[in-house]
Every structure is written in structure tokens, then in C-alpha cells.
Design a protein around this ligand. Structure first.
Ligand code: LLP
Length: 435
């Protein structure tokens, strides 16, 4: 359903308005809602590649490992694998899908603070590098690799003790966080690892948080990481890679200015380049962006079930926090457009709520929007990162479909679940079968 008449203007980033309708990737969002039903996740393929390219251009010498947790939809993994991305994976499931999508094993880092023995075994068997999060895990891994007659290439996840101005639930580099080895123990653990069978320490890794809107914490983390790299070089450990994780924020609010990959490069590359040159070493820089690559590529379309004037003007839609939990979990802001009235003047203040039996099931509070009626299509913007990937079937709600659009054409990349999917894995004990 390519759109080709009426003046087109931009509403936010790659999203446009034409004939009062929201347009994504050349397709009319309201028509997509009609054709595929709601709720519906819609991703603009071209935008995924634009965002990935922005990272590559900013860091031409680095490897970009896409953080699969942000959006693990297989079509996106495949698209990014084809574009040359590596992958940061946090479970065997993500590892399996990244490999199947075509990400080369040598460009995958298996991360996680509490991996199972099975996951470690799989990582060793499949030959991917592992970011080790504790001394206990190091010894488990040494045993597993030794028994398999293999050598696991590892990094340690460092806790650099860097405070980040973001939501506390997504700040991961604080001293009190569950992630990583305290910076002061790092040299000792590398020394220990170097002597263990089945272990080859060859990298170092950190990740300080997510949705960070200032480059200062990245500079601080880079300096602390390079201090450690220097100490490790001093004990003869020559690292092949330095993985600085991710965390670059995106502008959820319209007009908000946030650092770009270019700004991040200007902030951390001087530290990385100067320090490695001074040491005469040339480790590969790795970055693990998730949100920046996919966050703004996707909208969640949801249909208005009911409008109610009470203490507030409530708009009840057919998506709930089971499909997009970010506002409920992190009080996050998502820009709202009425997809079938996209350029109509705002007339009322509305609060957009889902159908779930919890007061916290609110997508957007007190927004100035055109007059809303039953049947209208609401688009929640910037839902590509940690949207579908954090979805659930809470309240007996099958998950929705996802479509990928490119040049006005749409393809279903995940079909809508139905009632059978709610029942799929459930079993009754024999004593409950009768009657
Ligand atoms: N690397 C590691 C080790 C991570 O834990 C994460 C995200 C990333 C990379 C990617 O970070 P990003 O580029 O997306 O900031 N659900 C939360 C965000 C959780 C982030 C978890 N780790 C949200 O919706 O805001």
C-alpha cells in the first residue's frame, strides 16, 4: 500500500504525515492496522539500517555487536547480520537465534550475570566468546571447557563504579549493581584466569546502563577501563578486544536533543586511541548498541475501545502493558500520534490506558491530542527497543503480530498469537481431567 499523493511532512525522525494519516516506511499506519488488525508492531526496515550505519560511520574501526535483547525478532537479527553486525547475547535463546540469523560465531559475545551450566556448555561448544561475571563462573567454565577439550576465549565483565543519570532500574555500572567484577579485583582475576585450564582471557567488557543522555559517564567508564587495560598489559595480558557495552539514549520526546553515535565517538575514541597507542597495543573496540539501532524504528498501533470522561479523559486501547511495559516499569515517555488524525489540531487532553487490571497500565498521561473516538488508531512511537521483547501474555492476552515495512510494502514477521497459544504448553494432571 505505497502512499503517493498529498503533501508529506515529518512528524518525528523517519515518520511522516500525509493526508492526515501517519506514514511509516512509505506505508499508511491506519491501513496497516485495518489490514493486519491491532495491536500491531510496525518496524521500518530502512530506519534500522540507517541507525546501524550511523554507528558504523561513527566507529569505522570498531565492531558493532547488536544487543539482541532490545528486539530479538528474527527478521531484524537477520537484517542486522546481513548488514555486518555482531551480537551481544544474554541467553542460549538469543545465541541460538543470532547464529541462525547468520551472525558469525566469532562476532558474538555471550553475556550474563547468572548463566546456567548448559548455557556455558553451549557457548563453549559453539565457539563463541564469553563475558564472565564472577570468580565462581570462571571456575565452572574452566571445568566445562576442560572436559570438552576446548579453550574458551573470555572477557571479564567489569563493574567500573560509574554513576549514570538514567532510571535506577537500568543503571548497571554502579558499585551496588549485580553486574560485573569490582574494578579493584579485576587484575587478580585475570592473573588467576591465565593459569586455568580451558580459559584464554582475551578481552575486557563493561556496560554502564541504558538510555544515557550525556557522554560524560561514557568518558569516565572508558578511562577506568583503559586504566585496567594498562594494568593488565603490565602483567603480560595483551587483550584482543575492549568491549565498552552500550547505553546511548534516544530522544523519546519530540525535539529532545540527545547525543548521537558521532558524539559518543568524539567522547570515547580519543581516550581509547591515546591510551592504546601509548601502550603500543591494538585491541579491537567493540560496542553493543541495542536501543539506538531499533528504538525509533518501530511503532505500536493500538485501537481505541472506549473513551471515558472521569477524573481524567481516559482513552482505553486494545494494547496493554503486556505488549509495551516500559511506561509501567520505568515511567518512560512515548510520543503519541492518532494515526488516522495525524495532522488534526489538538482539542483535548487525554490519558491513554490499556485494558489490564492494574492502575499502572497507562501508556501516556495528559496528552494534548485531536478529538478521539472509538475505533481511532493510536500510534505509540519509539517502541522498537524493549517493546515486543519484554512482552507477556499477562491477563490472558495473546501477543500481537509484528510487520516489517519497506518502501510502502509490508510483510508479517511474526504472526499474532491466538487462544491456542495461551493453552499451548499447559497440561492437566489426570485427577483434574474428569468432570
Ligand atoms: N550490552 C549489555 C551487556 C546490556 O545489558 C545492554 C542492555 C546493552 C548492551 C544494550 O543497551 P542499549 O544500547 O539498549 O542501551 N528494558 C530497559 C533497558 C534494559 C537494558 C538492558 N541491557 C528499557 O526498556 O529501557
Amino acid at each position: 500500500m505505497p502512499v503517493n499523493c498529498g503533501t508529506m511532512f515529518t512528524v518525528k525522525n523517519h515518520l511522516e504525515i500525509q493526508n492526515n494519516h501517519l506514514i511509516i516506511g512509505g506505508a499508511d499506519a491506519a491501513e496497516l492496522a485495518e489490514k493486519y488488525g491491532t495491536p500491531l508492531y510496525v518496524t521500518n526496515e530502512t530506519r534500522v539500517i540507517e541507525n546501524f550505519s550511523a554507528y558504523r560511520e561513527a566507529f569505522p574501526d570498531a565492531d558493532i555487536y547488536y544487543a539482541a535483547k532490545a528486539n530479538g525478532s528474527f527478521a531484524l537479527l537477520r537484517l542486522l547480520a546481513r548488514a555486518g553486525a555482531g551480537a551481544d547475547v544474554f541467553s542460549y535463546g538469543e545465541l541460538y537465534m543470532a547464529l541462525l540469523a547468520g551472525v558469525p560465531a566469532e562476532k558474538i559475545l555471550f553475556n550474563g550475570n547468572s548463566k546456567t551450566d548448559f548455557e556455558l556448555q553451549k557457548a563453549v561448544e559453539l565457539g563463541v566468546r564469553i563475558s564472565v561475571d564472577s570468580r565462581d563462573e570462571l571456575h565452572t567454565l574452566s571445568g566445562i571447557a576442560g572436559r570438552a577439550g576446548k579453550t574458551a576465549e573470555i572477557a571479564f565483565r567489569v563493574n567500573p563504579d560509574v554513576s549514570t543519570p538514567t532510571h535506577p532500574k537500568i543503571s548497571t555500572g554502579l558499585k551496588t549493581s549485580k553486574f560485573g567484577i569490582p574494578a579493584e579485583e579485576v587484575v587478580d582475576i585475570y592473573r588467576e584466569a591465565a593459569d586455568l585450564p580451558g580459559i584464554a582471557p582475551c578481552g575486557i567488557h563493561c556496560h554502564i546502563g541504558s538510555q544515557i543522555l550525556d557522554t560524560e559517564p561514557f568518558i569516565e567508564a572508558a578511562q577506568k577501563m583503559m586504566d585496567l587495560v594498562e594494568k593488565l598489559a603490565g602483567i603480560g595480558i595483551d587483550l584482543k578486544f575492549v568491549d565498552m557495552g552500550s547505553g546511548l539514549g534516544i530522544p523519546y520526546k519530540k525535539g529532545e536533543r540527545t547525543p548521537t553515535p558521532g558524539d559518543l565517538a568524539d567522547a570515547i575514541l580519543p581516550v581509547f586511541n591515546e591510551r592504546t597507542q601509548a601502550l603500543g597495543i591494538s585491541p579491537k573496540l567493540i560496542l553493543e548498541p541495542g536501543r539506538y539501532i531499533v528504538g525509533d524504528t518501530t511503532i505500536l498501533l493500538t485501537r481505541v475501545n472506549t473513551v471515558k470522561k472521569a477524573a481524567k479523559n481516559f482513552v482505553g486501547v486494545d494494547a496493554g502493558f503486556n505488549l509495551l511495559i516500559r511506561p509501567a516499569m520505568y515511567d518512560s515517555y512515548h510520543y503519541v500520534v492518532v494515526a488516522n488524525k495525524a495532522s488534526s489540531q489538538p482539542e483535548e487532553t487525554y490519558t491513554i490506558v490499556g485494558p489490564i487490571c492494574e492502575t499502572g497500565d497507562v501508556f501516556a498521561k495528559d496528552r494534548e491530542l485531536p478529538r478521539i473516538e472509538k475505533g481511532d488508531i493510536i500510534a505509540l512511537l519509539d517502541a522498537g527497543a524493549y517493546g515486543f521483547s519484554m512482552s507477556s501474555q499477562y491477563n490472558g492476552r495473546p501477543r500481537c503480530a509484528e510487520v516489517l515495512v519497506k518502501d510502502g510494502e509490508a510483510d508479517v514477521i511474526r504472526s499474532r498469537e491466538d487462544i491456542e497459544d495461551l493453552m499451548a504448553k499447559q497440561r492437566l494432571p489426570a485427577r483434574l481431567l474428569q468432570g
